[in-house]
Design a protein around this ligand. Structure first.
Ligand code: NAG
Ligand code: NAG
Length: 994
């Protein structure tokens, strides 16, 4: 079950994620010393540079000290006061720092690669930059953040993790720091505004912040703990990983009210502020409106004058700072606006918002003021129905709150001056269920969705809803890092993001970093298959395909791998690893194990098995352990992260979080009572029933059913069958299992069953060589010898039906067994390209192994293919029976992001039968999700869409072809049901292929 591809790692000793490296820890020819031989190069700035640059330079100096122990001096100089005969680092902003301008002018340094480029920077060794200075390492930003990012970029390469405070990542010590003469440089980022959104911040982030940043009372008007002590920590973190934009916490907070210097501080640090999709004109809704709306309704159709005045004040308040202004409007509580004609009303609303901006910024062309309109939920519907949005306003497309982007810009929408962006979720409150407890997003999936945004020019603003931020540190950084420079990343190097990250954070060897990459890939896959909040005891089949047990085993393996790394780490490293990897692994694995144990407990009680009781104990233990893990998180580092894991996650009854954690239902059998049919219970795999005695699942009649028959096919990917023999009560017995046929072996054939060892699992294995083609039957007799006076013996049979199909000659491909053929989409026999497009593997994506998608996405001139003409995947398979079969293609739950008239689709053909087109994401009302999306068995919850096609199959060789119609379709798995597919969450295991 643990499958995550490992690529070759290319990890240098400098651990920087997706960046050029220009730092060295030993001197080499023409390297420039930042700190060596006990001396750090002086840092020189210009007094007229941005205050935010001055501030970040202090972090830069502190970072050099943290790494080397040497403290550089930091001084403002001019060309005439610069210390002569020093070898300094000179830092400044082009067009702002007179020192830098002077150097550029006097040395004719070519700055054309960064000039006027948003957030660009270059650094390099410059000869004779200033009178009396022979050499300097010059760090030039094209603008304020360009300079700031240049410094933090170097800090990260020096060994200071962006998360040094936020995840306690220890700084890697070096005795010397050097930079290469050609330095590092970066042009304008791929995405202009790279934002995080703190959201649904209660209970965790809010309770933590209240304890750490307030004296217990919070802001006077709101009680909010999110003051500038909190936010400046956040701003520094954001700048360190090159985020530049923030939507602040909002549910019981108001950024501009909670702390009178919040807005100023953001601007000073260099963070562009916005407000969420439902909070226009930089004012928090509902908090600020409730405070300052004079008791009026948040309803533009009846209270426009008051609302305009409210917005005007917010605009005046925000005027001095760098902002992106949210325009449009939603109703109170993040609900649709009221009023009969929303589109007409929104037209009036935005016209007035424009007027407010013009009033507050006289003489400024309003089209140059950054503005965004989030097409969230019903607002997207209005847009589809013809709502006009000014060309200069950025259209912010959104996901379905579950990581599937609803719509990307169409070709006709790509030339808007305001461009487009994406609002994406790692955390959500709402239908189908809140997910806000633990990391449950896959980096591969984030890449898959956001790379379409890159392809389709939705690159003006990206906003990531990060919930409480922790524990989504790594996924948050990936999202922003990808937006910083999308050209660095492709489907085949995403795991190097995680491995480089692991090395940067934990100083791991290549081998251990590879292990962590596996751990992260696997545990986020397990949590993304189905959010932990949606798991229950029967999510994974308790009886078919050993599904629940394989999930348990996978969790055990992930947990063991994480524990092995954790145990090896030094005491200073452990807290970081605990926060970033180990706790999420332990907590998720604990919950996963608890759910399965609860399911098994319920099942076994219904089967009159005494072992139900030990499972009940296990559930209780895991339930208490869940709290212990939370408590451990809260106590590390003297309680630094107290409350950060306050989020409840067990006992969901509907979408909203439960008010406390409650244990999954367990039950017990009476431990001193003997089951009516006797001491021994026989429970074969594949059945919900147990024998002897009656059980409703034994046969259709539900009473007087025959003993069990267990069938196995020659090419079943599960090579044997087990029969659990268990105690039906307190009486201990000695078990023997005897096969009546030489071709059927049983193991173990003896055992002791007692209350302390209430189950023995007996495996039945067929020796296919000894069988003729066709169906053969054998019998296993289970005997229970009970000592006592008089001693008694109870016997009961089980039958094995072995179906030898024979090996087809001259065939290679997948073989039918037990009424099913299943394969991973990436395991195609042939992959045929057309017009330069081909199906490409997205390693690690999805529920089981990977995804496969047509590539490049803008190929074929962005046209679709008619069914049967596009690039195709072919799968050869062999069936031994004839059947009316169903071919089910499992695809990622992608929305129709190319617009309603280009719904996602692919075509399926078996052999030469008719080609069928499949448009799997049904049309929906504008702004809404379609039938099938919602609910605990919906597309979002299941993280998959099953697309069935009926076919008739004769025995013999077949080929399934899957043709591209539209790009952005992601195939994960195919299951062909020839009559034997049983219920399970992930489908049958992959068929044997020869
Ligand atoms: C440099 O000058 C600025 C502006 O006067 C000032 O705020 C800053 O503190 C000075 N930096 C140092 C290191 O003196
Ligand atoms: C650059 O140098 C030229 C000629 O020496 C001078 O006229 C100009 O003002 C200088 N510009 C700056 C920004 O220093």
């Amino acid at each position: 079950m643990i499958i995550f591809s490992l690529l070759a790692f290319l990890v240098s000793s400098v651990n920087a994620l997706g960046q050029d490296t220009c730092v060295a820890f030993t001197s080499a020819q023409s390297t420039f010393s930042i700190a060596s031989n006990g001396k750090a190069a002086p840092l020189l700035l210009s007094a007229d540079d941005w205050p935010g640059v001055q501030r970040a330079a202090q972090d830069f100096a502190a970072d050099i000290q943290r790494v080397t122990g040497m403290t550089p001096t930091l001084t403002n100089v001019t060309s005439s006061t610069a210390p002569r005969s020093s070898l300094p680092v000179i830092i400044g902003t082009l067009g702002k720092s007179s020192l830098i301008d002077k150097i550029v002018n006097s040395t004719s340094l070519d700055v054309s690669s960064i000039e006027n480029q948003w957030e660009a920077f270059m650094t390099r060794v410059v000869d004779n930059p200033l009178p009396g200075i022979a050499k300097a390492y010059v760090m030039i930003g094209a603008d304020k953040r360009g300079t700031i990012f240049a410094m933090y970029d170097h800090s990260e390469q020096f060994g200071v993790s962006p998360w040094w405070w936020w995840a306690d990542v220890p700084t890697t010590q070096h005795s010397s720091l050097f930079v290469t003469p050609s330095g590092c440089s970066h042009g304008a980022p791929s995405v202009k505004y790279r934002a995080i959104f703190l959201n649904d911040e209660q209970p965790a982030l809010q309770n933590w912040a209240a304890e750490k940043f307030t004296n217990g009372t919070g802001a006077s008007l709101t009680g909010s703990p999110f003051n500038h002590f909190f936010y400046t920590k956040l701003f520094e973190l954001m700048l360190r990983f090159k985020a530049n934009h923030l939507w602040p916490a909002q549910w019981s907070s108001a950024f501009g009210v909670d702390d009178g210097v919040n807005q100023f501080m953001a601007d000073y640090y260099g963070i562009v502020m916005g407000t969420s999709h439902e909070e226009p004109m930089l004012r928090s809704i509902p908090v600020e409106w409730n405070l300052f709306g004079n008791g009026g309704a948040w309803d533009y159709s009846v209270n426009a004058a008051n609302i305009n005045a409210f917005w005007l004040n917010g605009t005046i308040r925000g005027k001095p700072y760098e902002n992106v202004w949210t325009v449009g409007m939603r109703g109170n509580g993040d609900e649709p606006i009221s009023g009969a004609d929303a589109i007409t009303l929104l037209k009036e609303i935005t016209a007035n918002q424009t007027q407010i901006l013009q009033q507050v910024f006289p003489g400024v062309d309003v089209s140059t003021i950054p503005q965004v309109w989030a097409l969230y939920k019903e607002v997207e519907g209005y847009y589809d129905e013809g709502l006009q949005v000014a060309d200069y306003v950025t259209l912010l497309w959104t996901d379905d709150n579950w990581g599937n982007v609803r719509r990307y810009p169409l070709p006709s929408e790509r030339n808007r001056t305001g461009g487009a962006g994406v609002y994406y979720h790692l955390d959500y409150v709402g239908n189908t269920r809140d997910y806000k407890w633990i990391t449950s997003s896959q980096i591969t999936k984030i890449y898959e969705e956001m790379s379409i945004a890159i392809d389709r020019d939705a690159t003006q603003i990206w906003v990531l809803n990060v919930g409480d931020l922790k524990p989504s540190e790594r996924e948050t950084e990936f999202f922003i890092t990808y937006g910083w420079n999308a050209t660095r990343w492709n489907p085949d190097n995403l795991d190097t993001f995680v491995s480089s990250w692991a090395q940067r954070e934990f100083d791991l060897s290549n081998a251990d970093a590879a292990t962590v990459t596996n751990i992260v890939g696997n545990f986020t896959r397990m949590n993304a298959r189905r959010k932990p909040e949606l798991l229950n005891g029967t999510t994974y089949s308790l009886v078919n395909y050993r599904e629940a047990e394989n999930v348990q085993a996978a969790w055990t393996q992930i947990q063991a791998a994480s524990t092995a790394i954790y145990s090896k780490l030094s005491a200073v490293m452990k807290p970081a690893f605990f926060q970033l990897v180990h706790h999420p692994v332990l907590a998720s694995s604990n919950l996963g194990a608890m759910m399965i144990a609860a399911g098994q407990n319920n099942l076994r009680a219904s089967q009159a098995r005494l072992s139900a009781n030990a499972l009940a104990d296990q559930v209780e233990m895991l339930f208490e352990n869940d709290f212990s893990l939370e408590a451990e998180y809260h106590t590390i580092l003297d309680g630094k992260w107290d409350h950060m894991m306050d989020q409840t996650h067990l006992g969901y009854a509907y979408w909203q979080q439960p008010m406390t954690n409650s244990m999954p239902m367990i039950t017990r059998v009476q431990k001193n009572k003997q089951a009516l049919p006797g001491v021994m219970r026989i429970s074969p795999e594949g059945s919900l029933a147990a024998w002897p005695g009656d059980n409703m699942f034994q046969c259709a009649a539900q009473i007087n059913c025959p003993p069990p028959t267990i069938s196995i096919d020659q090419f079943d990917p599960i090579p044997n069958r087990f029969i659990d023999v268990g105690a039906g009560g307190p009486a201990p017995f000695t078990l023997t299992a005897v096969s009546n046929s030489s071709w059927l072996s049983v193991s173990p054939s003896h055992g002791s069953v007692s209350p302390s060892n209430p189950e023995v699992r007996v495996f039945a294995t067929v020796k296919w060589d000894e069988l003729p083609v066709g169906v053969s039957m054998a019998e296993i007799t289970f005997s229970a010898a009970v000592s006592g006076s008089p001693p008694t013996t109870m016997t009961y049979p089980a039958f094995i039906q072995a179906n030898k199909t024979g090996t087809p000659s001259g065939f290679s491909g997948f073989l039918e067994a037990n009424g099913a053929v299943a394969f991973e989409a990436e395991h195609a026999t042939r992959n045929n390209s057309v017009a330069g497009m081909v199906w490409r593997i997205l390693p690690g994506l999805g529920r089981t192994l990977s995804g496969v998608t047509p590539w490049p996405r803008l190929g074929n001139n962005e046209n679709n293919f008619t069914a049967g003409t596009g690039p195709s995947l072919e799968y050869d398979f062999y069936t031994f029976t004839s059947s009316n079969a169903t071919v089910t293609t499992y695809v990622s739950p992608s929305n129709n992001g190319l617009g309603a008239d280009r719904p996602l689709g692919f075509a399926v053909q078996v052999d030469d039968e008719e080609i069928s087109s499949n448009y799997f994401f049904p049309p929906a009302a504008p702004g809404a999700e379609p039938v099938g999306w919602d609910g605990s068995d919906g597309f979002a919850a299941n993280s998959i869409i099953a697309v069935p096609n009926k076919v008739t199959l004769a025995p013999g060789t077949h080929t399934l072809k899957i043709f591209m119609i539209e790009p952005a379709v992601v195939l994960q798995k195919v299951v062909i049901n020839t009559g034997g597919v049983r219920p399970s969450y992930l489908g049958p295991p992959e068929s044997i292929s020869i």
